[in-house]
Design a protein around this ligand. Sequence first.
Ligand code: ADP
Ligand code: MG
Length: 554
Amino acid sequence: MKFILDYMKRYKIQCLIGPLFKVFEVVFELLVPMIIANIIDKGILKDDTSYIKHSVLLLILFSIIGFSCTLLAQYMSAYSAINICSDIREDTFGKVLKYKTLDIDRLGTSRLLTTLTSDINQIQTGINLALRLLLRSPFVVLGAVFMAFLYSPKISLLYVAVVVILSLIIGMNFKRSIPAFKKVRNELDQVVTETDDGLTGVRVIRGFVQTENETKVFKEHTDRLNKFQKISAKITTVLNPLTFLTINLFICLLIYSGAVEVQVGALTSGAVVALYNYMNQILVELIKFTNLIIQISRALACANRVQSVAEKKFDPDIEAKISEDSLITLKGVSFSYNGDDNYALKDIDLSLKKGESLGIIGKTGSGKSTLGAIIARAYDPTSGEISCSDGSFPTIGYTMQKTRLFSGTVEYNVRLDREGISSDDVSNALKISCADDFATPEKELTESGKNLSGGQRQRLNIARSLASSPDILILDDATASLDAITENKLIDNISKLDMARVIISQKIKSVKNCDKIIVLDDGVIVDSGDHESLLSTSSIYKEMYILQTKEANT
Ligand code: ADP
Ligand code: MG
């Protein structure tokens, strides 16, 4: 709640003008039944045509003023709601981009996607309605009861009763509809996850003839969403008939007791028409108010979700300790993705000097990528220490195993708006990464670089990491989709660079020229040394070597 109020403060004036003019509108609406009553009593019953004419002109004037108030109020409410939500969306998106990789992993992109789109839209609808109705509806209801009191204090008791009964019905309904709506939102997250997975993986799904299976799984999720939405809708649909029933019963009572009063001469027939109109105004307004409450409760549920994303607290950044001679040193570093004792890395000690190359090899799932991400500082270690040569972290060029390109030119993709990277740097990076044979800097890429092959995408990702001439270049399985000739050329080009390099691979060929190679197994460094020494000391390394040379020769 406070979260939204803070944003509303930015549009204080508009947020006040909206509801205020809604109240003016109500004043004119409440006067209308009174004028009509007078037309009946003083005009029609007394055959006074000029009185009728004057009153009708007055009615027209009131409608024009009322209409102007409405116009201004609706405009201001819409203006505030749209601006508030666009601010919330910008701020939240900015915040999400600062998230640590691990936090995004844990929350999930689908959740972030619904938060940034449909949750914020719900808030927008909620604010818009609240500004228009939150003040108006109670004002109409109280105003109508008050006007009824002016006509007949006795009959106005009926109005009090109707308001109390309807409030109880609405309140009870409200209590049931909120939990139902929460379920709908959570299930919606699931459907978004499924949609996202399905769309990004459509080639795999088709390639493995899984279309029917995937459609079935998707259907299960949408069915469940459908079920929760129906429950939520059922709760709200009984509301309107119930409200109408109550009001109509009271209208019967009203007309009956009104007729009695007219007969004893305590009320005029015009007054009974006015009373009837006020009862109807209460009905219409309470129905609007119910919808408002439902919308507000949804908006608040969504606001909580947005707030938890926008105001997420981060663990403090780890600080680098000073290390004498090496660019970066890891001491006793362990890492667990979920913070439990399921460690992806255990007790890692390693150091990297300026210009040195480090190979990381091991089976899939041995923790190579995780170690690369820790060196790149995409993840902070769960425990252990990182120290750096002058106490500040070296600059890193990090090519992840999963490539990421954006629509735009090759030059844009390589530079990514970073300062201090010249066009020459871009061309040079393209040359080193062997991308210059298929990509000129001007070449346009489509969404996610889909107009390139996997190997071409990898080379552009390597060029991106190289372009800023970082202190450390990290390549995580970056040559996996390249043909042997290009791969050899690229490894050769990289080995001539004078920056420190971390080469992560499952292939001996990619790491064998490194100054130092570590062998990972199940998150632990089991062996280390250069290629020659590992061949004699490491059984895993030797086994991989024999297997891979055999494969190469067959
Ligand atoms: P490698 O790169 O050697 O194949 P990884 O470093 O990717 O291995 O994975 C090491 C271990 O960490 C694996 O057991 C894997 O299941 C787990 N892991 C990797 N990424 C994540 C993640 N985002 N969330 C949870 N566990 C993960
Ligand atoms: Mg990996």
